[in-house]
Design a protein around this ligand. Structure first.
Ligand SMILES: Nc1ncnc2c1ncn2[C@@H]1O[C@H](COP(=O)(O)OP(=O)(O)OP(=O)(O)O)[C@@H](O)[C@H]1O
Ligand SMILES: [Mg+2]
Length: 202
């Protein structure tokens, strides 16, 4: 946990106390745009705390078959918010824990905008897919990879040159973080290398 989270189910809200003012400002910047794919911003204290609508649901990592078409559309919506010199608002921390599905309507939500940056959208897509390439067997990964990239491409382009340049860099940062936070103890899919090779075929 980077922040302090207080869940108040009775009030249907969640209090997020950010680590610092910068991360708070980043969260606020996104929530103030009122995108439809995020929980509603209920209040904030101007310093480090936001109060958000509580979404009763499950993190996508707990689902047997998350809907990767709907997940791609979350990225389309985020990347469509703003453009700056060819870069878009990117989540950066596209860890699966930052995506939840509501129990009520099976609506997909993106969370945690404390690290967003203007970047090339391909970087977000690669980072997100690397998590699944680490855990899914080849056949399952192949299916979701195709679903995800096709769904994204129905709305926004994926630049194959940017993809080719970023893929090795992001893999190396991803593996570095796994080593640093000792996640290398978690078993990787035996197909991780094959999955990553597949990712090169954009
Ligand atoms: N509005 C919400 N409704 C329901 N659950 C939420 C909501 N906001 C956050 N959560 C839950 O709290 C967890 C942590 O929230 P968030 O990612 O914003 O904080 P964080 O400190 O950045 O955590 P991490 O370091 O794990 O990414 C989420 O993974 C999610 O399970
Ligand atoms: Mg988070």
């Amino acid at each position: 946990m980077k922040s302090n989270i207080i869940i108040q189910k009775d009030k249907n809200q969640i209090i997020k106390i950010c680590r610092n003012h910068t991360e708070f400002k980043k969260e606020l910047y996104i929530y103030r745009k009122k995108p439809k794919f995020v929980p509603k911003l209920l209040d904030h204290n101007g310093k480090n705390t936001v109060i958000l609508e509580y979404i009763e649901g499950n993190p996508i990592i707990d689902l047997i078959n998350p809907d990767f078409t709907k997940l791609a559309l979350l990225f389309v919506e985020l990347h469509s918010l703003e453009s700056k010199k060819g870069k878009k608002i990117c989540l950066k921390d596209s860890n699966p824990k930052n995506f939840i599905v509501s129990s009520k309507e099976q609506k997909y939500y993106m969370l945690d905008f404390s690290e967003w940056e203007y970047d090339y959208p391909e970087s977000d897509l690669i980072h997100f897919l690397l998590f699944w390439a680490s855990i899914y067997p080849f056949e399952k990964f192949q299916k979701i990879f195709n679903q995800f990239k096709n769904a994204y491409r129905t709305s926004l382009p994926i630049n194959p040159i940017a993809w080719e340049i970023f893929l090795p860099e992001i893999i190396s940062a991803f593996d570095g973080r796994r080593r640093k936070y000792n996640k290398s103890q978690n078993p990787l899919s035996k197909d991780v290398m094959a999955n990553r090779e597949l990712m090169a075929e954009i």
